[in-house]
Design a protein around this ligand. Structure first.
Ligand code: GDD
Ligand code: MN
Length: 363
């Protein structure tokens, strides 16, 4: 049996015609269609449930409080009965006529059969230059990571045999749009990949959900499965936040000093007060951004966030002490000043990152 997953978010207008078309294309193939909808505001799930009412081959999973194309597809695969599992966009951009070929390829030879825009004979159709360029860059990055060769690892149109899916399953990362890439990164070496060319069509109704956030998640994923083994992504994010914090620190210092002196020369006391104000401003900034971005998966809320903020202050104080201790130590042993300061700063960052991982954002 062929189980075809249709992930949907706000596709109410597209679903009825598409399901009819799929049914026509898959006439000779025993199949089921599983719509996985993330509680779409346009009530795609309701339209789908009505369609499924008098048909045994159509199933609907309505997920509450969750979002994401990849995780919807994985969930659909897990609920499927077929020995071959497939996916396609629910907006008409993928050619239904290709479904029997994709199914046959994966059923006959195992592994993955991809509806490919980049293999000979395929095309992305009518895209503006920006999307074209983005897709090419993303594809280039993605290709280099795959365990098996494929020219379009970002395609959302493919079929995979159940055994191959189950082998990759324990290692999948369900964030974002990159379900096929994630499979290609985690299937056993030597898995058979077949590419069948097609032209990416136009969306029937509605708009694309490939947001800026999805793009950032993609870059994070690329990092995670390549360099992430050596330097964890969270630490890199923490350092990026810290660098922005330096800019905030300098700006806040300028602002406070101006407030106190109105542009005149500062006394030592005014200077010290401004530095102290700038330090705390930067700490607040770093805490908020780390909580929202670096540690978004374990974000602190309400009272927890307040307690976390106090711990963060403590950890930063420790970082500063470590920073001072190391630079002073190196300096006193005759190392060049700049060297001592830079090594001290690095030690401070690593120290305060570690403290925050242990105390503020655990887990
Ligand atoms: N359940 C669920 N949850 N479905 C989603 C979500 C979500 O959060 N986000 C998107 N979808 C569904 C859409 O409703 C659509 O059926 C399908 O996933 C693809 O989303 P589109 O918004 O149509 O993506 P696209 O056409 O811009 O992107 C296509 O090309 C990309 C590569 O260029 C897709 O084929 C992607 O899979 C592909 O990576
Ligand atoms: Mn689409």
């Amino acid at each position: 049996m062929f189980s075809l997953i249709l992930p949907t978010y706000n596709e109410a207008k597209n679903i009825p015609a598409l399901v009819e078309k799929i049914r026509g294309s898959l006439k000779g193939v025993p199949h089921e269609i599983i719509i996985v909808d993330d509680d779409s505001p346009d009530e795609t799930w309701r339209v789908a449930q009505e369609l499924a009412h008098d048909r045994d081959d159509l199933h609907v999973i309505r997920r509450i409080g969750r979002r994401g194309l990849s995780s919807a597809v994985i969930e659909g695969f897990l609920a499927a009965k077929g020995d071959v599992l497939g996916v396609m966009d629910a907006d008409g951009q993928h050619d239904c006529g290709l479904l029997p070929k994709l199914h046959k390829a994966a059923a006959a030879e195992g592994g993955i059969a991809i509806g490919s825009r980049y293999t000979e004979g395929g095309s992305v159709g009518e895209w503006d230059e920006r999307r074209h360029l983005m897709s090419r860059i993303a594809t280039r990055l993605a290709v280099s990571l795959c365990r098996v060769k494929a020219s379009d690892p970002m395609s959302g149109f493919f079929a995979i045999d159940r055994q191959t899916f189950e082998k990759a399953l324990p290692n999948l990362n369900p964030k974002g749009f990159k379900i096929l890439l994630d499979l290609l990164v985690h299937v056993p070496k030597g898995t058979k990949v077949q590419e069948i060319p097609f032209t990416f069509g136009k969306r029937m109704h509605g708009e694309s959900k490939l947001s800026r956030r999805v793009q950032i998640e993609f870059l994070e994923y690329i990092y995670d499965v390549s360099l992430g083994r050596y330097v964890p992504l969270m630490f890199v994010k923490y350092c990026i936040v810290g660098s922005l914090g330096v800019v905030v620190h300098v700006s806040a210092f300028t602002f406070f000093e101006y407030l106190l002196t109105r542009g005149g020369g500062a006394t030592f006391q005014q200077f010290s007060l401004s530095v102290a104000g700038a330090i705390e401003t930067a700490i607040v900034f770093n805490f908020l951004l780390n909580n929202a971005w670096t540690f978004s998966h374990i974000k602190l809320k309400g009272k927890q966030a307040f307690v976390g903020f106090l711990k963060f202050n403590g950890a930063c104080l420790f970082g500063a002490l470590a920073n001072y201790a190391v630079s002073a130590f190196l300096f006193s042993f005759g190392f060049p000043e700049l060297f001592a300061v830079v090594v001290g700063a690095f030690t401070g960052v690593i120290w305060n990152y570690t403290m925050n991982r242990l105390l503020t954002w655990r887990g």
